[in-house]
Design a protein around this ligand. Structure first.
Ligand SMILES: Cc1cc2nc3c(=O)[nH]c(=O)nc-3n(C[C@H](O)[C@H](O)[C@H](O)COP(=O)(O)OP(=O)(O)OC[C@H]3O[C@@H](n4cnc5c(N)ncnc54)[C@H](O)[C@@H]3O)c2cc1C
Length: 500
């Protein structure tokens, strides 16, 4: 097992890279019955990496999380997580804290014409206001704060969380997987598994080893690039996505609430309430926080400059926001810019290295699928690893490296596919069949639909319109088990553990 305190226990190998020693007193297993594996290395402390560490810790599986940055990501990204993700947050013991910080109850999501502001169709979320599985609304940065706190306060015995640890290369052999990690930050105090240790000086490279390595390192994943170089099938869309946190009294004055998808061929996007009302003494940031996200195709060719962004933003806001305000009427407190992609790897497992979340697949954010898919990936992967750890499932199938199983289970003898191959195959297929397709449709609905005829041309909007006023039907629609979910514990007896 990897000794997590790389700063103090490294030994230098022939290649000049320090190796963190395997075998740790903290998780020592000499006196315990030997488990099928001992630990997991997780690259990236985003929602996928932290949640995986938490879920593994809840079953007593030790992990080390390596994060390149000195703190969790603060960019303006995910804010809403659908019912399937909410179920996982509860299972992970996170939901109460998330609800306490976020908007407790989101009244509706609707689609509007940007030109007129008129509502075309919507979903009444008030019908599930008392349902424990209802959508969770909380900015990603706040969710990460909660996850970091849980790792440190509740799971310190099993989770070692190391910031300033940038993975540069990963590899594997028969004995395990490893990551070469550049220690950044130039020294200082660091929280480590509930203990504070001193980090190493900058520019040291240390090799961390484990039985399995999971790349949760986001869309620019180093782990993915080590496996597949630049090959990442899919599409990068024209234009950029401009995201801003906004205070504007006009939202409430014009009766807006919840999430509002804006249909338009110039500026299309989502305007959604993202924070509880605050009582700031500063009159410009008094009231609830809103998030305005819009796509700007005219910025397609090059990176849009800061000046261009601000200049065009005034025009976008004038068109999109109720009351068509001038810049003096709202306050923008934070902005982020993104390119938009829908991409997925050919395989989410290569031997002892697995991928989850954005490291494996990305999609445009309309419909709130990215983080939700990441959450469902790691929930499934945690179940698979727990199954192997507890001897309820075999990691690998009947063939060497589990290669046969990765092709697909259909037509094969039952029980031959290892559960880690099942993870890789099923979660990838869920992305390709549902998340990719639906998120593309969601973006087309707002960017390439004529709002004047949307109800005639778009079956989804027609379905929503037909449910309006029918609480029972709406509730059933919102809470049904989604096709993007999969319970891997149902495979425990079928994946060959009994053959081990
Ligand atoms: C504008 C916008 C809005 C969105 N809204 C939603 C939404 O409402 N709902 C939803 O479900 N999804 C949404 N998403 C998508 C969602 O934010 C992502 O899918 C989600 O953050 C993916 O989580 P992750 O943990 O896989 O990756 P990330 O969140 O990207 O985390 C990866 C982590 O790995 C670290 N890392 C990277 N490289 C290395 C390395 N070499 N070594 C060590 N660490 C490394 C990074 O610093 C980062 O902390 C949105 C995205 C955008 C851009």
């Amino acid at each position: 097992m990897t000794e997590p305190s790389a700063a103090t226990n490294g030994v230098r190998g022939d290649d000049g890279v320090e190796t963190a020693s395997r075998g740790s007193a903290r998780h020592g297993s000499e006196t315990k019955k030997k488990k099928p594996f001992e630990n997991v290395l997780i690259v990236g402390a985003g929602p996928a990496g932290l949640l995986l560490a938490i879920l593994l810790a809840r079953s007593g599986i030790p992990s080390t999380v390596l994060e390149a940055w000195d703190r969790p990501d603060e960019r303006l990204r995910a804010t809403q997580y659908g019912v399937p993700a909410t179920r996982v947050f509860r299972r992970a013991g996170l939901l109460d804290d998330m609800r306490a910080r976020g908007i407790d109850s989101f009244p509706y999501i609707c689609w509007r014409s940007a030109r007129t502001g008129e509502r075309i169709a919507g979903i009444d979320l008030s019908v599930v206001a008392d349902e424990p599985d209802r959508m969770t609304v909380l900015p990603l940065s706040q969710m990460l704060d909660i996850m970091v706190r849980h790792c440190r306060e509740r799971y310190a015995e099993h989770v070692t969380l190391l910031f300033n640890h940038k993975v540069e290369r990963v590899g594997q052999d028969d004995a395990g997987a490893w990551a070469e990690v550049r220690l950044l930050g130039g020294g200082g105090e660091e929280e480590e598994g509930g203990r504070t240790t001193t980090t190493a000086a900058a520019d040291r490279v240390v090799r961390f080893g484990a039985d399995y390595l999971v790349g949760c390192d986001g869309s620019k994943s180093t782990v993915r690039q080590c496996l597949f170089q630049r090959h990442w099938p899919g599409e990068t869309f024209a234009g950029q996505l401009l995201v801003q946190n906004v205070y504007y009294k006009g939202f409430e004055e014009h009766g807006w609430d919840g999430g509002n998808y804006m249909i338009d061929d110039e500026f299309w996007g989502l305007i959604a309430k993202r924070g509880k009302a605050n009582n700031s003494s500063n009159s410009t940031t008094n009231g609830p926080l809103w998030r305005v996200t819009y796509g700007d195709l005219r910025s397609a060719a090059d990176e849009i400059s800061e000046e261009e962004h601000i200049r065009r933003r005034a025009a976008a806001f004038k068109k999109l926001l109720p009351g068509h305000p001038d810049p003096s009427q709202y306050t923008v407190t934070q902005t982020s810019r993104f390119r938009i992609h829908n991409r997925c790897v050919d395989a989410m497992r290569v031997g002892r290295v697995l991928l989850a979340g954005d490291a494996a697949h990305v999609c445009n954010p309309f419909g709130g699928y990215g983080c939700m898919a990441a959450v469902l990936d790691v929930d499934g992967l945690a179940d698979c690893l727990v199954g192997v750890y507890e001897g309820k499932a075999a990691a690998d199938g009947g063939t060497a490296e589990g290669a046969e199983g990765a092709e697909g289970k259909e037509g094969k003898e039952e029980g031959k596919e290892g559960i880690l191959d099942a993870y890789a195959r099923i979660r990838r297929q869920k992305f390709v069949d549902f998340v990719d397709r639906r998120s593309r449709k969601n973006m087309d609905r707002i960017a390439r639909t004529d709002p004047d005829t949307a109800l005639e041309t778009d079956p989804f909007l027609r379905l929503l319109k037909s449910m309006e006023g029918n609480a029972e039907r709406t509730k059933e629609f919102l809470l049904k088990v989604s096709s993007i979910e999969f319970d891997f514990t149902t495979l425990y007896s079928k994946t060959g553990a009994e053959e081990e």
